[in-house]
Design a protein around this ligand. Structure first.
Ligand code: PRP
Length: 217
């Protein structure tokens, strides 16, 4: 049995064509049921639905053999060097693409605020990425860890800036925030449990190969 960990939403939707290339079809719709273990047309493959941030944890602990997780999630899980903690990252799947950016209120002077040696208050869910980014610029950062709705923090004076994912930019626009710096491009990667890679070598090798053949340009 091969267990694949996915999160609901964009990653799930954009992984379906990759699974199809491997001859795998998920036979249940996660939007229509509360089930956490989904069967597929293949008796030897199942999908487990977990929170996006939990995908690396499940794969690392062998609860799933493979998983799909965003670069953001992987960096926050294991640091920017990746590839440790029993997690192997063989493929960038080029799906669920967006960017990690810094955004501020339109009336905030970001250029002055990030002069070397200055101090800035940053609200984010992505504390590893944010602290590395500002450390590289030589800017002291007071990090405020939030779990969602980060756009609110600069609006009510809790932070000067946010570090968040931007896709269309609509969320920023709706909250009168402007993107002032792109930190990195984000896409989702395949992660594989290192023990599974040895014990289920052939099955996993075939999956990786099929996924690789179907990566969108
Ligand atoms: C992300 C991100 C922004 C939004 C950006 O949230 O945190 O809020 O998407 O997308 P846009 O640029 O297209 O408006 P997501 O919907 O993934 O949910 P989350 O708040 O749970 O992370």
């Amino acid at each position: 049995m091969i267990t694949l960990a996915l999160s609901k939403g964009r990653i799930f939707e954009e992984t379906l064509p990759l699974l199809a290339a491997a001859g795998i079809e998920v036979t249940e719709d996660p939007e229509k049921s509360r089930k956490l273990i989904l069967s597929t047309n293949r008796p030897d493959v199942r999908v487990v639905l977990v929170r996006a941030t939990d995908v690396p944890t499940y794969v690392q602990h062998g609860g799933a053999d493979i998983g799909v997780a965003g670069k953001d999630t992987l960096i926050e899980h294991s640091g920017s060097n990746g590839d440790h903690d029993g997690l192997y990252q063989p493929l960038d799947l080029n799906i669920a693409k967006c960017r990690m950016s810094v955004a501020v209120r339109a009336d905030f002077d970001y250029a002055t605020a990030v002069k070397q040696g200055s101090r800035i208050r940053v609200a984010t869910k992505y504390t590893t990425i944010a602290s590395e980014h500002f450390a590289n610029k030589g800017v002291h950062v007071d990090l405020i860890k939030l779990y969602g709705s980060m756009e609110l923090a600069p609006l009510i004076g809790v932070a000067d800036a946010i570090v968040d994912l931007v896709s269309t930019g609509n969320t920023l626009k709706a909250n009168h925030l402007v993107e002032v710096e792109e930190i990195m491009q984000i896409s989702s990667r395949l992660v594989v449990n290192q023990a599974s890679l040895k014990l289920k070598r052939e099955a996993i090798r075939q999956l990786i190969q099929a996924f690789e053949s179907a990566i969108p340009a």
